[in-house]
Design a protein around this ligand. Sequence first.
Ligand code: UDP
Length: 332
Amino acid sequence: MRTVITGGAGFIGSHLVEYLLELGDEVVVLDDMSTGAPRNLIDSLVNPRLSIVHGSVLDRDAVMATVRGADRVFHLAAAVGVKLIVEQPLTSLRTNIHGTENVLDACVEHGATLLLVSTSEIYGKNTADKLHEDSDRILGSPLKSRWTYAAAKGIDEAFAHAYWTEYGLDVAIVRLFNTVGPRQTGRYGMVVPNLVGQALRGEPLTVYGDGNQTRCFSYVGDIVPALVRIVEEPTAYGNAFNLGGAEEVSIIDLARRIIDVTGSKSSVTFVSYSDAYAAGFEDMRRRVPDNSRAYGLVGFVPATPLDEIIRRVAEEMLTSRSLEHEAISSPH
Ligand code: UDP
């Protein structure tokens, strides 16, 4: 199997590379190394079945050339992270819309199957008890740059569905809910690596807002096999699947548990949203997945408990020296 992974040098992409190399695939990574980094692939680089193309999904020729001869494509390249999308809304819009269109065209042109990685952000401010794939989207103003990502990813999904409808492209969509694990950087605002880094350095943990907003964190090691199983199921094509964690936790409780699990002496400090983010930020109060569709299709279960996830993130930070330069240590 020849597999292309756009964004394969990123956090989730690099775990997917390892998994597919173990399965015996020939893997081609297309990555512009803007938020990803070759060091994420350090253990895979020795494998002769891995090749890396340094290029952007915005470069149509590079995308076409890379996808030629591929059986399947996992499209993970995206501008992600609340900090990045608030500060660079154009990058968020262009990469996430035009880049995806290039990937869709290349898959049609070369007959490759596609897994489009989307996001729970598309549900926006919907605080339903469990977000189902058909749940409504409640998005804020397009003039608030936080919504560029949700808007762009929603367009990506609509594009994918239209390519399936009109061109018969074999494309499945997954919506990831706060996937975390080793190698995720806190640089673009992600809360788990950010707070774990602070806890390990003995700095105060920065909880934004009142800390009562909730998320369901899932472990990258549970998500990656599900991505592969879903793209191998023809009944998945034309459909979207939630993949998220089982436990709903408030951010203040998350901070306390990080302090507990890491044995840190850090305190918690509350930071107002206006101090934490550039103008244009709105938070999501609650985001809980209904995973039953992915469970029904491929038996997806987010098995790794939150404390174990925290422990693995901390362990990796301590061993990789990423502590020195990764997490955001103070409001910006
Ligand atoms: N958050 C926080 N402190 C941080 C980074 C994030 O309290 O240092 C909050 C953020 O405001 C949000 C939650 O943690 O309520 C999750 O943020 P993240 O950016 O990881 O993911 P998303 O908002 O996209 O779910």
